[in-house]
Ligand binder design. Structure first.
Ligand code: PRP
Length: 218
């Protein structure tokens, strides 16, 4: 990631990590139909279940190559990551340990609020290779707070994997090492991502109807 340098998580060949080719999602007017149950709230499907599944397999192969032969700890940020995480780790054919950091902006709307840590890491990551997993990299505010905390625990290296990267919104100088999809600056829900704690269970990434966004509460 950009910012303070970590030692590279390298594969057995010693080659440094090659940043994954990123898939850019540009067109928010996907032709994929929104399932009828959600049509009143979800305007369109931005990334389908099948696209996500295919991309995760590719990401997993890249991560396996880079982490092979090292003590791997997957650290996931709660809550939005759980769906992506569950699919990603089941594609990783590597021994790994798994732990969570709870962090939330506690905002019900579309803007990040103040960050609150709700769960600390319990596993010892000293000397280990950490894969930090999050659902979306937006302003970078969350990772800019979490990464220094993790570095203090002295892992051998830290690599960041996000499903979605909303580059246009970045405020902090943070980039992920593995990105599923680069998306436009639109508010997305589903596949773990919420609006007012709802919509996390949609199996795809979608766009909400504009009339849903203002003033909605869980
Ligand atoms: C979301 C998301 C990321 C963060 C990204 O978390 O899960 O962790 O925002 O935004 P940033 O780059 O602007 O910091 P949120 O605080 O909404 O909590 P959640 O994971 O429980 O939905």
């Amino acid at each position: 990631m950009v910012g303070e340098r970590d030692e590279q998580c390298a594969g057995p060949s010693g080659l440094t990590l090659i940043v994954t080719a990123q898939l850019k999602i540009k067109n928010s007017k996907s032709k994929t139909a929104v399932p009828s149950r959600w049509r009143k709230e979800v305007q369109s499907v931005l990334i389908t279940e099948a696209q996500i599944a295919r991309r995760i397999k590719t990401l997993a192969r890249e991560i396996e190559r880079d982490f092979h032969g090292h003590e791997m700890v997957v650290v996931a940020l709660l809550n939005g990551t759980v769906v992506f995480l569950a699919d990603l780790i089941r594609q990783l054919n590597l021994p790994l340990r798994l732990d969570f950091i709870g962090v939330s902006s506690y905002g019900l709307g579309t803007e990040s609020g103040n960050l609150v840590f709700t769960k600390e890491l319990r596993l010892d990551v000293r000397g280990r290779d950490v894969l930090l997993v999050d659902d979306i990299l937006d302003t970078g505010g969350t990772l800019s707070r979490v990464l220094p905390k993790l570095r203090k625990l002295q892992p051998r290296c830290i690599k960041v994997c996000v499903l979605l990267d909303k580059k246009e919104r970045r405020v902090e100088k943070i980039e992920a090492d593995y990105v599923g999809f680069t998306i436009p600056n639109e508010f997305v829900v589903g596949y773990g991502l919420d609006y007012g704690e709802r919509y996390r269970n949609l199996p795809y990434v979608g766009l909400l109807r504009t009339e849903i966004l203002p003033g909605t509460e869980s």
